[in-house]
Write a protein that binds this ligand. Structure first.
Ligand SMILES: Nc1ncnc2c1ncn2[C@@H]1O[C@H](COP(=O)(O)OP(=O)(O)O)[C@@H](O)[C@H]1O
Ligand SMILES: [Mg+2]
Length: 313
């Protein structure tokens, strides 16, 4: 099976300092495969190496070691780059162009015939949610979120088969984020492969089929999002939520149930147990103190737990 993206042993050292003698290893031996037609989430905290990876794949900088292919072609292949799209982190464009002019300019570079260009640009500016009244304004008057939308539109001009979005939600308000989420989900529906970096976990949970977690330049975890979360469930923990009872009133009795943990909540308590057979005992204690059951639910490992576990030392 041909992958959309295959990265093999990618390593990047930045040379810093006045004499460029100090080396900073931003990426170490990254190996990763991305299937076609999915939304792939590239996760990691600040400085983890996400932008470094994407810029290297885009051939904006050379790797120190390793190689990568996109759509089966080496990243050095210029022809291949015509079939992909890229929106950088914090896109920056020439300030005195309007959104329309900028897009039209890129459209010309991509070789879109002038007869189609206007319609194509308008469709895309609409798709990324840029208001028609803003399309003729100079970009220097744009907010970060509006520039982000222009960047996304620019990345989609050539109907790319694979797109790389570096923190596509940055600068957007919650409404804007939802719009862009829908746009990205729509790309997958069309068969486009989306590789997006982000540190916003909610966006990953809402969008991504597969993820990779990067920690200090190294791959910490990768795979199907659902499987990654399931694999970390460990012991099944049940949470019993009870209202109209205070934690201090039942603490002593809960302590007698081995492994039970008690938490004060705004309107009652939550008791976590790892052995289902303790459920009756827990309920009996809370009822004796006037509590009434709200819910019993399994405690699922969230992406946040996984992310924190994998991105810390
Ligand atoms: N041009 C550069 N010169 C020197 N160090 C850099 C450069 N770009 C990034 N770095 C360093 O490389 C590491 C990874 O950065 P980056 O890829 O931007 O991470 P992320 O996008 O995950 O936040 C960081 O430690 C960062 O300081
Ligand atoms: Mg970055």
């Amino acid at each position: 099976m041909e992958y959309a993206i295959e990265i093999k042993g990618l390593t990047k050292d930045y040379e810093t300092g006045f004499w460029r003698k100090k080396k900073v290893r931003a990426l170490e031996d990254l190996t990763l495969k991305v299937r076609r037609g999915i939304i792939f989430g590239f996760l990691g905290g600040n400085g983890a190496g996400k932008t470094t990876t994407i810029k290297t794949l885009m051939r904006l900088q050379f790797p120190t070691a390793g190689s990568a292919t996109i759509l089966g072609h080496d990243i050095a292949d210029v022809q291949m780059h015509q079939r992909i799209g890229y929106c950088p982190e914090n896109p920056y464009f020439y300030d005195y162009l309007t959104a329309r002019e900028l897009l039209s300019h890129f459209g010309e570079l991509f070789g879109i015939p002038s007869s189609d260009r206007f319609d194509k640009c308008e469709t895309l500016l609409g798709a990324v949610g840029l208001d028609p009244k803003d399309r003729g304004k100079q970009l220097r008057k744009f907010s970060k979120g509006m520039l982000q939308r222009v960047g996304l539109a620019q990345a989609l001009l050539n109907d790319p088969e694979v797109v790389f979005f570096d923190e596509p939600m940055s600068g957007l308000d919650p409404v804007g984020r939802r719009e862009i989420r829908e746009l990205i989900a729509g790309l997958r529906d069309k068969g486009t492969t989306v590789f997006m970096s982000t540190h916003i976990l909610a966006d990953i949970e809402a969008l991504c089929d597969e993820v990779a977690i990067l920690r200090k330049g190294k791959l910490a975890a990768a795979g199907d999002l659902a499987e990654l979360l399931a694999g970390h469930e460990g012991d099944r923990v049940l949470e019993v939520n009870v209202q109209s009872v205070r934690a201090d009133a039942i603490q002593d009795e809960v302590d007698l149930i081995a492994g039970a943990e008690l938490f004060q909540k705004p309107n009652g308590v939550a008791i976590q147990i790892s052995d289902e057979s303790d459920l009756e005992a827990v309920l009996a204690v809370t009822r004796r103190h006037g509590g009434s059951l709200i819910s019993v639910q399994p405690v699922k490992q969230s992406l946040e737990d996984l992310f924190v576990n994998e991105s810390n030392d």
